[in-house]
Design a protein around this ligand. Structure first.
Ligand code: ZN
Length: 309
């Protein structure tokens, strides 16, 4: 008897839960319906360059009618914050990690309207495989097999760099296109697979420019100097934070013209080029860092970017 009662109660609770679940489903369905109806305000989602490859820098642009409070996004597991340009366009400077495999990935957008409604839209975007080269280089042996003392130095410098990379500026400091730091020819492209002294294999995660020692190096865009010091591999190195996790780095310099904490303008001379650190000879190595990934500087320099309002 007791057992029957318990079963009856169980059935009752199950029914109660089911009914409420159906009500919940209805409520959820109407929220989705409302979102779908209002998502019409999100009129266009575009990106530059049109063909995305692994290692690319890209600019997402979203047209939204009205004046939303904020627009955020999720792309390749990273959070994006959109800034307002002009008219109804919002944009976010982002990228595709070198390791990203070809395929289709979702750009998930979230718009918070003036009155607090949340509109969502998902845009599938195809990432293609980039064609990068390979090369063989010869550098002093200490850069391939560092001694224990040097390994300690490298470890300490990793910490210094991580602190600089953790720096954050909540809005873009850059305005308009990024400019080349020197006007000389490119000597080695981004993405090249390299063998140092026939051994160590790595990928060139920056862009090299021919630059005789003493060539003035210009800041690619406006920002704040978060690192300006001598490092083992990078040599004299400058890192500039352009806001929202986007940084440019300049390596193998002979002389600094800025110090940590300085605000710099676009095209301002920040250093003189050199051949310090792990370099095969005098040249300028530029890298672009976004959300912990090193992207192709040539792709950043090719973007047509909006000026800051
Ligand atoms: Zn380089």
């Amino acid at each position: 008897m007791l057992r029957v009662t318990v079963v009856c109660y169980a059935v009752f609770i199950l029914r109660f839960m089911l009914r409420n679940f159906v009500i919940l489903l209805f409520a959820f369905g109407s929220v989705i319906g409302a979102t779908a109806a209002e998502s019409a305000v999100l009129s266009n989602v575009a990106w530059q360059p049109q063909i995305l490859v692994n290692g690319a820098v890209c600019l997402f642009a979203v047209d939204v009618a009205g004046s939303p409070q904020k627009i955020t996004g999720k792309w390749l597991g990273r959070e994006l914050i959109f800034s307002h340009a002009s008219g109804k366009t919002w944009y976010s400077l982002a990228g595709v990690a070198y390791e990203t495999k070809p395929g289709t990935y979702d750009l998930a957008l979230e718009v918070v309207t003036r009155d607090g409604h949340v509109l969502r839209e998902v845009k599938p975007i195809t990432v293609h495989a980039a064609k990068y080269k390979s090369s063989r280089l010869t550098v002093p042996q200490k850069y391939v097999t560092p001694d224990p003392e040097t390994l300690k130095r490298i470890e300490a410098e990793r910490e210094i760099k991580n602190q600089a990379f953790a720096h954050s500026i909540p809005s873009p400091e850059w305005s308009g296109n990024f400019v080349a730091p020197v006007s000389t020819e490119i000597s080695e492209a981004y993405g090249t697979s390299r063998t140092f002294n026939g051994k160590l294999a790595s990928v060139h995660r920056g862009l090299d420019f021919h630059a005789p020692i003493g060539t003035p190096v210009h800041s690619s865009n406006a920002g704040e100097v978060v690192l300006a010091r001598d490092l083992f591999y990078e040599g004299n190195c400058v890192v500039i934070d352009h806001g929202l996790g986007f940084m440019t780095m300049y390596m193998h310099l002979s002389e600094f013209k800025v110090k940590e904490g300085d605000k710099v303008d676009k095209d301002q001379v920040i250093a003189l080029s050199g051949g310090t650190g792990r370099a095969t000879g005098p040249h300028l190595h530029m890298s672009v860092r976004w959300s912990g990934e090193y992207l192709d500087p040539a792709k950043l320099l090719a973007l047509k970017l909006p000026p800051q309002p």
